[in-house]
Write a protein that binds this ligand. Structure first.
Ligand code: 9D3
Length: 247
């Protein structure tokens, strides 16, 4: 997979993405990414990429021309058709379902907004998929883009290595089917820490009992902390049907 990131801060990506699973996935040849500075495409001598909003108001708006030319040039660097994505608070909230879908594409092009926003006309012309990372405000699209690169890259076949078996993964995480539960608590040595003991069942050696205990914990925690997840289904057909299980 090739990922292009269009941004005013191209230098922030390498240190984060070269670490951990994303870094290993690149070293293994599963993914490559390129951050391109939108400012290089400004056709005025002050390298201006933003201007004051028509209609007045605070903040600046990213101009059409630099972004349009940047997309055209970056897209021409590879024959594969790029799936265009704009990271924006106005987008569809990111979900594991969306990450899974994007992980099937050969080429992604992510646009990071900054300032108060981007001139709507270039968004209309580019017709990107608009994605938000949640209902809170961050200062720009860079961290959301890194987050999306991470969420997608770890789904590429081979990216996770041996640390999680495929079967366990689809059980613990959002799978092709079935609902996702929160994880159970984990413990390691020492068996007693600051007077606090590890649950007896985990040190008893009965693996059937351990499995049942973990499942109970997962369900209890999900019910207590994220009851909304118990009503969720990944089945497209059934997603909007009312569910009785949790009521
Ligand atoms: C005054 C209205 N604000 C919109 C909520 C302005 C504004 C704030 C922050 C415009 C852009 C930004 C920068 N944020 C992103 O570009 C962004 C974002 C986010 O702030 N929250 C969740 N997901 C995303 S994806 C990109």
């Amino acid at each position: 997979m090739r990922i292009d990131i269009l941004t005013l801060f191209p230098e922030v990506f390498e240190p984060v993405l070269s670490a951990s699973i994303t870094g290993r996935a690149r070293a293994a040849g599963l993914v490559e990414w390129f951050a391109t500075d939108i400012r290089r495409y400004a056709d005025n001598k002050h390298n201006k990429v933003d201007d004051r909003p028509f209609g007045g108001g605070p903040g600046m708006v990213m101009m059409c021309q630099p972004l349009w030319d940047c997309v055209a040039d970056v897209e021409s660097r590879d024959d594969r058709k790029a799936t265009r994505i704009l990271l924006t608070p106005q987008g569809e909230p990111l979900s594991q379902r969306i990450a899974e879908e994007l992980a099937t594409h050969a080429r992604l092009l992510m646009i990071c907004g900054h300032y108060e926003g981007i001139d709507e006309r270039v968004i209309e012309r580019l017709a990107p998929r608009e994605i938000s990372i949640g209902d809170f405000v961050v200062s720009g699209g860079e961290i959301p883009a890194m987050l999306l690169v991470d969420a997608v890259t770890r789904l590429l076949p081979g990216a996770l290595g041996h640390e999680a078996s495929a079967a366990e993964d689809s059980f613990k995480e959002w799978g092709e089917s079935g609902n996702r539960l929160l994880d159970c608590p984990h413990y390691t040595r020492p068996r007693v820490w600051e007077g606090m003991e590890v649950p007896e069942v985990l040190v008893g050696g009965d693996h059937g009992k351990v499995d049942r205990w973990r499942m109970e914990q997962m369900i209890a925690r999900t019910r207590a902390r994220r009851p909304d997840l118990l009503n969720e289904t990944n089945d497209e057909e059934k997603r909007d049907e009312p569910c009785q299980r949790n009521c």
